[in-house]
Design a protein around this ligand. Structure first.
Ligand code: FES
Length: 111
């Protein structure tokens, strides 16, 4: 199980939950009602699932694919720890993960 903390853009806690292995981070966020659209449902065609991973947690995750990196190059507010949450699988050996919602999470669509 993975204990996941979602932070608001200002760093305050938005939600915290425990997820079973195999669940996608995007799915968990949507289950919690967080504003990650996930418009393309994981096809890496929208970047509306963008999150900023806590710098200390970034090395816990497999490196992004070249396609994911390409998408992040065109994602507003992307930074060095940005990831597409549809591409993050919560694995059994991932005990904790903290991610922050980007500043424009509420109006990404249509950009
Ligand atoms: S849901 Fe579209 S890129 Fe992740």
């Amino acid at each position: 199980m993975t204990n996941v903390r979602f932070l608001n853009p200002d760093g305050t806690l938005a939600a915290e939950a425990t997820a079973p292995p195999g669940q996608r981070l995007l799915t968990l966020a949507q289950t919690l009602g967080l504003p990650l659209e996930g418009t393309c449902e994981g096809a890496m065609a929208c970047s509306t699932c963008h999150v900023l991973v806590a710098p200390t947690d970034l090395s816990k995750l497999p490196a992004p694919s070249a396609h994911e990196e390409d998408m992040l190059d065109f994602t507003p507010h992307a930074g060095p720890t940005s990831r597409l949450s549809c591409q993050i699988e919560l694995t059994a050996d991932l005990a904790t993960l903290e991610v922050r919602l980007p500043p424009n999470h509420a109006n990404m669509q249509g950009r």
